[in-house]
Design a binder for this molecule. Structure first.
Ligand code: FES
Length: 168
């Protein structure tokens, strides 16, 4: 765990201590799950148990909330998150083919992480870049006007950069 993660975790624990005696601590649950995901990138089982014990909320209820919102990751995610825009403009311009290319190239379905833990594949609704549809976002970076070849080239750039980070 990095120093930043440790600090965030400490802040999260003090926040839970602060709110546990408030009326209806359950109403803070979604905010807490966001903070847990901010620390780990997903919702680890041990942390869910800790939240349940601290706030006296049944674990089953916490998992119910976590699975209802697609935003929450229940499994560890890859180093890079690829969001494929399936909004109308992108769909019309071939988003389905881009998604199929990615699934095949990475060997995963939507919501899964590659075996080498480099990529997690997700779907998104409009990413606000309809003018360059079809679009994907990798972490915070948008790539547009994609076709099969361009999509694979981009993935290969990330593969070459490997665990050292993002391509230039
Ligand atoms: S529909 Fe894909 S960016 Fe808007």
């Amino acid at each position: 765990m990095t120093e930043v993660q440790t600090q965030k975790l400490q802040a999260l624990r003090s926040y839970m201590q602060e709110i546990k005696d408030r009326e209806n601590p359950e109403s803070y649950l979604i905010g807490i799950l966001h903070k847990v995901q901010d620390v780990y990138g997903y919702l680890p089982r041990e942390m869910m148990d800790e939240v349940a014990q601290t706030l006296l909320i049944p674990t089953a209820h916490i998992w119910g909330v976590a699975t209802f919102y697609h935003y929450f990751n229940l499994e560890p995610i890859g180093q890079h998150v690829i969001s494929v825009c399936m909004g109308t403009a992108c769909y019309v311009k071939g988003a389905a083919a881009v998604l199929e290319t990615l699934k095949k190239e990475l060997g995963v379905e939507v919501g899964q992480t590659t075996e080498d833990k480099l990529f997690t594949l997700q779907e998104a609704r409009c990413l606000g870049a309809c003018g360059i549809a079809p679009v994907i976002m990798i972490d915070e970076k948008i790539y547009g006007e994609l076709d099969r070849k361009k999509t694979i080239d981009i993935i290969n750039q990330y593969r070459r950069a490997g665990s050292v980070g993002k391509p230039k």
